[in-house]
Design a protein around this ligand. Structure first.
Ligand code: SF4
Length: 495
């Protein structure tokens, strides 16, 4: 049987479809963020039903596709005019349609997505629904829509569904897609009955539109090694794959580096010479811009597909936590819990005002504010200023004092092989400060921003004791982010 999700998977990659069909264990299971997206989809789906209130829901009965189809047709025969999760099972294809609404011209069909824009794979996905529905003579179809979230929508006291969603009419696209859909169904049916997996080369499709859960089945084992061409800094994925296919999978096999970018050349050179490549002028230019006291600063944020606070928009970054280490002068040596300010907002309230007030209270009146990838922190501050106009002047004045610690690295001032073609703090820190447990993210229960965001949101449903534990873990994580900046900056000074 082909379901809507397996059809979408098969369109991304037939080999991945075959693995799934044959129940291969996933070698690269989806992370917490992907699970959260699924949960958000359910929440959005429930709200979308309010677009057509009073509809009838077709229950999901595991493994009983024919029964669900019969229930749907029965409801239609009995005169239902609005259906949620209407289910159809035709020619071994099973689909569930998010919303159907009967108009005087026939049924309007809606596919609901929790993103803020309609993507090509959404259109293809909805086209499958259209193709299946067209085969049922009893159903007169009118139009097909994909519904997504309106990213301009700001929640007021209640969610207003007609403002919260926006829709795109894709009827014509679905009709044009018909031959492709038919052909894909034939191919996928053949693949599902084949004992041999289809030959599919690795490519950019392995991560688009969704990360494949079988990457390790196909990608080379050495893809994350320090000398792998797959780690080459900002090299287009197709170029990496071309190198790999032509037998050049490691830096040793690259004979002529003249066509590579400046950073890529440093990367290859650092590996071959086994020494960091340092440009002291670039590092010094950066250091000369820094003014004490230095405020090492970092936000953590969460997003909600369905806003819960007034003025919140779908998927808007909501800062809920910050960490701030202050170094008053060059010779002051910091410990992780010294000169440190931290804040986590009450998880049952809109965090924005309380975090803004705490920042204003704790930031020094002068000196550099150092962040890693400052654009994120600065955008968050702008959004706090919008939310709290009475605090806007104080907040926006912080933005004039930022400096970005990634600049000397990204600008070519320092490259070390263990960066593996990335200047993220998670790569730079262990390379510059190896074998230091105090500076090791792997020692923490919460070890990245995505996990931090999920943990904070889970606190909404936790007991007081559980949420206290989570808060401690969140503090540990964010504290390390700013202490890591201090440690990295000290290394640059040491050069
Ligand atoms: S890793 Fe790429 S080629 Fe292999 S199954 Fe996944 S998507 Fe297909």
């Amino acid at each position: 049987m082909i379901s809507k999700s397996s059809f979408v998977l098969g369109n991304q990659c037939q080999k991945s479809f075959w693995f799934k069909h044959n129940r291969y264990p996933e070698t690269n299971p989806s992370d917490e963020a992907a699970q959260e997206r699924l949960a958000a989809g359910d929440e959005v789906g429930n709200i979308s039903k309010m677009l057509f209130p009073g509809g009838e829901e077709v229950p999901y009965i595991k493994g009983k596709h024919k029964d669900m189809f019969d229930i749907t047709m029965e409801k239609i025969s009995e005169g239902a005019k609005k259906l949620y999760e209407a289910s159809f099972y035709i020619n071994d294809i099973f689909i569930r349609v998010d919303l159907m609404n009967k108009t005087k011209d026939g049924w309007d069909v809606y596919e609901v997505k929790s993103s803020t824009s309609v993507k090509d794979h959404h259109r293809l996905d909805a086209s499958l629904q259209w193709h299946v529905l067209k085969q049922i003579p009893k159903i007169k179809l009118n139009r097909l829509y994909v519904i997504v979230l309106n990213n301009k929508y700001e929640k007021d006291s209640e969610i207003i569904p007609h403002d919260f969603f926006k829709k795109e009419d894709i009827t014509d696209i679905a009709n044009e897609n018909e031959p492709v859909i038919k052909q894909n169904i034939i191919s996928l049916k053949e693949i599902s009955s084949s004992k041999d997996k289809p030959e599919v080369e690795i490519g950019s499709h392995c991560n688009k539109p969704h990360g494949c859960v079988y990457l390790d089945e196909c990608w080379p084992n050495n893809k994350n090694e320090i000398n792998s061409v797959f780690t080459l800094y900002r090299l287009n994925i197709n170029k990496k794959i071309n190198l790999y296919r032509s037998g050049i999978d490691t830096f040793e096999k690259i004979l002529d580096i003249s066509s590579y970018s400046n950073i890529q050349k440093k990367q290859i050179q650092a590996y071959k010479t086994k020494t960091p490549i340092i440009d002291k002028n670039i590092v010094n230019d950066f250091i000369n811009k820094v003014k004490y006291p230095i405020s090492y600063f970092d936000f953590e944020t969460f997003t909600d597909a369905v806003p819960i606070y007034i003025g919140q928009r779908p998927h808007m970054q909501m800062p809920f936590q910050y960490s701030l280490h202050i170094q008053n002068h060059k010779d002051e040596k910091l410990k992780i819990d010294e000169n440190h300010y931290e804040f986590i907002a009450n998880h049952h309230e809109d965090p924005r005002r309380s975090i803004a007030e705490s920042m204003i209270e704790n930031f020094p009146a002068e000196g550099t504010i150092m962040a890693y990838n400052q654009s994120f922190e600065k955008k968050c501050i702008e959004s706090l200023a919008n939310h709290c106009p009475d605090l806007a002047d104080a907040l926006l004045s912080f933005n004039e004092r930022f400096i970005d610690l990634i600049i000397p690295f990204r600008g070519g001032g320092y490259y070390e092989s263990n960066f593996k073609g990335s200047f993220s703090i998670k790569k730079v820190l262990p390379a510059l400060c190896p074998d230091n447990k105090e500076l090791d993210y792997n020692e923490l229960d919460i070890s990245n921003g995505g996990i931090a965001s999920s943990a904070y949101k889970k606190m909404r449903d936790q007991s007081i004791q559980e949420s206290e534990k989570t808060r401690e873990k969140l503090f540990e994580y964010c504290r390390l982010d700013t202490y890591a900046m201090y440690a990295i900056y000290e290394k640059l000074l040491g050069l």
